[in-house]
Ligand binder design. Structure first.
Ligand SMILES: C[S@@+](CC[C@H](N)C(=O)[O-])C[C@H]1O[C@@H](n2cnc3c(N)ncnc32)[C@H](O)[C@@H]1O
Length: 288
């Protein structure tokens, strides 16, 4: 097997003084190509089938093995870790025990399920039934985690009040931005918020754009929006919320998700999904 894997590699041709790193890269590429040949991957998968996975766990495992698009894209992982770490930095681990938490546009529910494991009662609202099903199956053993099917273009205040709302990766997939934000501001005094924005310092600037509703992570209704960060902060202020900004490099993930960029004020509609901002909005104390 080893000789088979390494056949075709000319070790004897490695000469002193030649670039070792390029040789190593060449070997790595050749080995990876052999290992990842489709029949080898197929064999690994069928062997894994024999390992005692329940039918549901097998479904979850194979779904993420065979899908790389949308919510299954590997870029979600580091990006999610960065945002979860930021939440832990702000609240600590013990905060979550017994808290009621609402996660909006939760996708596969990974973030909500994480905080449910820390003891929160989590309701995740998600607009695509396929995502609701995947989240519910994947996290079925996590106590206090529920995922419900709901189109967040509509008023969702029927779900009641919460100690904390996590609103990540959603607003730019919606058209009714003001209505959505004011619904959030009615339902909690504490909101963690993260979105793509356009590059404008105008507090009234918002750009609408077409999205692909066939992609499991994009706008359910096919039209999204790119408000300016100042637009979102203005609406927060109008709803009597204090704005705390986290426009920091520790949230950046790869080249795709950037939080600490500087304004050019050229109305760029977010450079795909790259230009992002992260905030905590806290209800202001009312003076007597
Ligand atoms: C970019 S993903 C974000 C997933 C997760 N919140 C995160 O930040 O890692 C956007 C999610 O919003 C959902 N979504 C888009 N439009 C929606 C709508 N109108 N109502 C509810 N969910 C919607 C998508 O189905 C997808 O799961």
């Amino acid at each position: 097997m080893t000789s088979d894997l390494f056949s075709g590699l000319s070790f004897h041709r490695l000469r002193e003084g030649s670039s070792m790193s390029s040789k190593i890269k060449k070997i790595y590429r050749a080995v990876a190509k052999k290992l990842l040949a489709p029949n080898v991957l197929q064999r690994i998968v069928s062997e894994l089938r024999n390992i005692k996975l329940s039918p549901v766990d097998q479904h979850i495992f194979l779904s993420s093995l065979y899908n790389e698009a949308g919510l299954f894209h590997p870029s979600y992982e580091d990006w999610r870790i960065k945002r979860v770490n930021k939440i832990l930095e702000l609240y600590g681990i013990d905060y979550f025990e017994g808290k009621n938490l609402l996660e909006l546009g939760g996708g596969h529910g990974e973030i909500g399920a994480f905080f449910a494991e820390l003891g929160a009662n989590v309701l995740c609202l998600e607009g695509r039934m396929q995502n609701v099903n995947y989240a519910s199956l994947k996290h079925r053993r996590v106590a206090n985690f529920k995922c419900k099917h709901f189109n967040l273009e509509h008023d969702f205040s029927e779900f009641g009040r919460f100690d904390l709302i996590i609103n990540f990766g959603l607003l730019y997939h919606l058209q009714k931005v003001d209505e959505h934000l004011s619904c959030c501001f009615r339902m909690s005094d504490d909101i963690l918020f993260e979105s793509v924005v356009c590059d404008s310092t105008d507090p009234y600037k918002i750009i609408f754009c077409d999205e692909n509703k066939d992609v499991d992570e994009e706008a359910l209704e096919g039209i999204g929006s790119r408000p300016s960060p100042f637009y979102i902060e203005r609406v927060a202020k109008e709803n009597h919320f204090e704005t705390i900004r986290y426009f920091s490099a520790d949230l950046n993930s790869g080249k795709q998700f950037i939080y600490d960029w500087k304004h050019k004020n050229d109305n760029r509609p977010g450079e795909g999904f790259k230009l992002r901002r992260f905030w905590r909005f806290k209800k202001m104390a009312t003076s007597a």
